[in-house]
Design a protein around this ligand. Structure first.
Ligand code: HEM
Length: 435
């Protein structure tokens, strides 16, 4: 049935992408070149493949590519007003202000709050022969986001935080729903209610955050100011909802990919564990920065499975990429995933080989844009340094408490309906280490 559907011109490319994106992208590049056109989700999309084509759209020299109308098409209205969905002057103003929430000092503050929260979150983990790592990590990172970003425990009761977490998950799931109307019992309908609950919750707590400055991101956003610019209440709410989403699934995917590969490469796992044990229980940001082998592993995991494999854009005027004309109003898929697996830039690209990022090999320098898990240009991920610290902290605590193994032949079957997630929850054999 599926092969037949894949051969149909309207739905075929969507199904071919969703069932095996890398094979789809390789074939598309081979047969149609770096700039081509496909029907995707029922509309014509321009597809950009390879680092040269993708970087033209991300660098966006002639300001032809806009984010809001591109991403909005994929994620619906649930993250409206989030930084990634703003464009041009409005985006520049908001980004300038929000940058102050991601300075080194700020990240140091978030990291200090994160470490004990990770340790507490892992207290709930039970060893076993078939532990599903992905959902366990998802719960952990969502709790971290609500605690560290919103100041959760001081803000409200565990029961209300649970409702907030559920509302947030409903928004994320609605963003990828097929039925896109607020009907009862649909994902979309739950997403609409979820967004309303998040808005109500954040708006209710906002006056207290404005009144008292504290270290959490919610409070920080309320107090930022630059040349007389401040975020309005509505801006703070929109940014918070987007940041919770941006920070949560992406980090979960990165850690679960790391758990898979470290479970399949025990020598790397042991090497990182020895280093984690040499660090204090709650390392500082400087100590985490100096943990270079963890960087190699994280870079390699982000190469093999970039949590955001495709970036969405829409042209606001006619433009050209690598000499091919793209009309105004065209949805565009910037498929950065493929360049992470191309033989031109990476030796034996399917192999887990973190040292490819170490001197003197530095394969990532073979092309300036070969490795772009955080995107590029003016929308490059604002949370990348925070994300690095969070992922390292989770690995740090995991390695000190547990040892795990994954079958060497295991290849996760990934769902690409939204960000890539392992359909089987990614089972690991988890053993507690003596304290
Ligand atoms: C491993 C984890 C992460 C990955 C792989 C990742 C990836 C990305 C990518 C690819 C973009 C660019 C999207 C585009 O150009 O259309 C982006 C944007 C963004 N990310 Fe991340 N992200 C991660 C973690 C985080 C975290 C932890 C935060 C916040 C705490 C964050 C905040 C943002 C923001 C605010 C933007 C929008 C930037 C702008 O449009 O100016 N991200 N991220």
């Amino acid at each position: 049935m599926l092969p037949l559907l894949r051969s149909l011109p309207l739905v075929g490319p969507t199904l071919a992408y969703v069932s095996d994106p890398l094979t789809f992208m390789e074939r598309q590049l081979r047969e149609h070149g770096p700039v081509s056109e496909i029907p995707f989700l029922g509309r014509p999309w321009t597809v950009l493949l390879g680092p040269d084509a993708c970087s033209e759209a991300l660098v966006n020299r002639d300001k032809a590519f806009a984010n809001g109308p591109g991403w909005g098409q994929l994620v619906g209205p649930f993250f409206d007003g989030g930084l990634m969905l703003l464009d041009f002057d409005e985006h520049r103003r908001h980004r300038r202000l929000m940058q102050q929430a991601f300075t080194r000092d700020r990240i140091e503050g978030y990291t200090a709050a994160l470490s004990p929260a990770v340790a507490r979150g892992l207290d709930a983990w039970q060893p076993g022969e078939n532990v599903r790592a992905y959902p366990a990590l998802k719960t952990l990172t969502l709790d971290l986001a609500t605690q560290v970003f919103m100041g959760g425990a001081q803000l409200t009761s565990p029961r209300e935080l649970d409702a907030v977490n559920r509302a947030f998950v409903d928004c994320v799931q609605a963003a990828t729903a097929f039925v896109r109307a607020p009907l009862p019992f649909t994902r979309w309908g739950r997403g609409v209610r979820g967004r309303a609950l998040l808005e109500e919750f954040l708006t209710r707590h906002l006056p207290a955050k404005r009144a008292h400055a504290s270290e959490d991101l919610f409070s920080v956003l309320c107090h930022l100011s630059e040349d007389g610019e401040v975020f309005s209440d509505e801006d703070v709410v929109n940014h918070m909802i987007f940041l919770l989403m941006a920070a949560h699934d992406t980090s979960t995917i990165t850690v679960s990919t790391a758990m898979q590969h470290l479970g399949q490469h025990p020598a790397w796992q042991e090497r990182l564990r020895e280093q984690a044990r040499e660090l204090p229980e709650h390392p500082t940001l400087a100590e985490l920065d100096a943990w270079e082998d963890a960087d190699l592993v994280i870079h390699e995991c982000l190469r093999l499975l970039p949590p955001v494999p495709v970036l969405a854009r829409r042209t606001v005027k006619e433009t050209e990429v690598l000499g091919t004309r793209i009309p105004a109003g065209r949805l565009t898929a910037v498929m950065v995933h493929l360049q992470h697996h191309q033989q031109e830039w990476w030796t034996d690209p399917e192999r887990f080989d973190p040292e490819r990022f170490a001197e003197p090999r530095r394969e990532d320098r073979r092309h300036r844009h070969a490795w772009e898990p955080f995107g590029g240009g003016v929308h490059k991920c604002l949370g990348m340094f925070f994300a690095g610290a969070e992922v390292k902290l989770i690995l740090h605590h995991l390695l000190r408490r547990f040892e795990w193994a994954v079958d060497p032949d295991y290849r996760p079957s990934l769902s690409y309906l939204s960000l890539p997630v392992p359909k089987d929850g990614q089972p690991v054999r988890l053993r507690a280490l003596a304290g």
